[in-house]
Design a protein around this ligand. Structure first.
Ligand code: SF4
Ligand code: SF4
Length: 359
């Protein structure tokens, strides 16, 4: 699809003055410049379609300064983020991109890992060789050896024998959101050759969303999988008697609709969830989506600090999440928010709580 084919939707947006998309746009919350909102991007695209200007690095700066979090979609009847990926595709094809994006894509093609780590360094899970439940780590978890060991341990206590292979390749999510359309077949083939499963469990929300929605595979996010087990009463959980807030990863919550499951798991452990101002479908992005860690790490820090301010405002001391990217981003946000607001909210993965609750 070309950007011209989005003209009707763009004109619909152009003809309204609703601006609902501004309400929860994390980029707009920090920069306060309307060009970066969904409406602003739609306007920029209309100018391009109508030939008022050519694609340029200035337009690329607007297109890539976006977490693709989908908060604008949640507030609007139009599917805006699909269109923003289309714009990125056009800019990539015209070479209007930062060299850092090219380097990430080359890393995936050469090593199967967006960070360029060799397969050898991720060869850490021989202990799952006898497992029978395929679990796909994804690039983000490959570097989180201790967290993955913890997840394997908790799953094992629940009777799930994980099988993790050391030759998996990036699913292609990051290439997709950066707009590298021509490179997708090679990256997806590499993934499928290295990981020839149709049914598997995923740990990362973005890998789950991409393998389900774009590849039509039967991947299931691990939280959804263990939620079924816990709700069926097959797993006994201790009462942790805690108060926390919960951060919805955009791809798991807003995009895949896995919103109540993590909350019900927390409740089953005796953990009371105090909601932040933006929650569930209208949650606020941690700041790291859409390739923003490459595009503008300082803006990511500001967005994550803003999210942690919302956590501070709930009055609890712990924020729980289930995404490796959100967790590391919000850890930085927590430190920044602590300096500014003199209050620390600890960022924890749900696996740390499950490890305590499951014998
Ligand atoms: S993107 Fe949607 S919510 Fe925002 S101004 Fe356009 S129509 Fe309204
Ligand atoms: S996807 Fe998120 S960051 Fe991008 S314009 Fe929409 S609300 Fe803003």
């Amino acid at each position: 699809m070309s950007i011209e084919e989005h003209r009707d939707d763009i004109e619909t947006c152009f003809g309204t003055s609703c601006n609902f998309c501004e309400r929860n746009c994390p980029v707009y919350k920090i920069l306060r410049v309307k060009t970066y909102t969904s409406k602003g991007k739609n306007r920029a695209m209309l100018g391009l379609i109508d030939g008022h200007y050519d694609a340029s690095m200035a337009l690329a700066e607007v297109a890539f300064t976006c977490t693709l979090c989908g908060a604008c979609d949640a507030h609007c009847a139009l599917p805006n983020t699909e269109r923003f990926i289309e714009l990125r595709r056009k800019l990539v094809k015209e070479g209007l991109i930062r060299p850092e994006y090219d380097r990430s894509i080359e890393s995936i093609k050469k090593t199967g890992d967006v960070f360029g780590r060799s397969i050898e360094t991720s060869k850490i899970f021989e202990e799952t060789a006898d497992g029978d439940v395929p679990i796909y780590l994804g690039c983000q978890y490959k570097g989180e050896k201790n967290e993955v060991k913890l997840i394997i341990k908790v799953l094992d206590k629940m009777g799930i024998k994980a099988k993790i292979t050391d030759d998996e390749s990036c699913c292609g999510y990051i290439a997709h959101v950066l707009g590298y359309e021509d490179e997708m077949p090679e990256i997806v083939n590499k993934f499928k050759e290295a990981y020839p499963h149709d049914d598997f469990i995923t740990l990362c929300p973005s890998c789950t969303m991409f393998t389900q929605e774009e590849m039509d595979l039967n991947s299931v996010h691990v939280i959804k999988h263990i939620h079924e087990l816990i709700m069926s009463g097959k797993i006994e959980l201790k009462d942790l008697d805690m108060d926390v807030t919960y951060h919805d990863p955009c791809d798991l919550g807003r995009k895949l609709g896995v919103i109540e499951e993590p909350r019900e798991i927390l409740k089953a452990m005796g953990v009371r969830v105090h909601e932040m101002e933006n929650n569930k479908e209208f949650s606020m992005c941690c700041g790291a989506g859409g390739g923003m860690l490459i595009t503008d790490p300082e803006l990511v820090d500001d967005m994550s600090k803003e999210r942690m301010k919302q956590a501070i405002d709930t009055g609890v001391d712990v924020l729980v999440t289930v995404c490796p990217t959100c967790e590391s981003t919000l850890l930085t946000g927590s430190m920044l928010a602590r300096k500014e607001y003199k209050k620390r909210v600890k960022v924890m993965s749900i696996w740390e709580l499950l490890d305590e609750a499951v014998d």
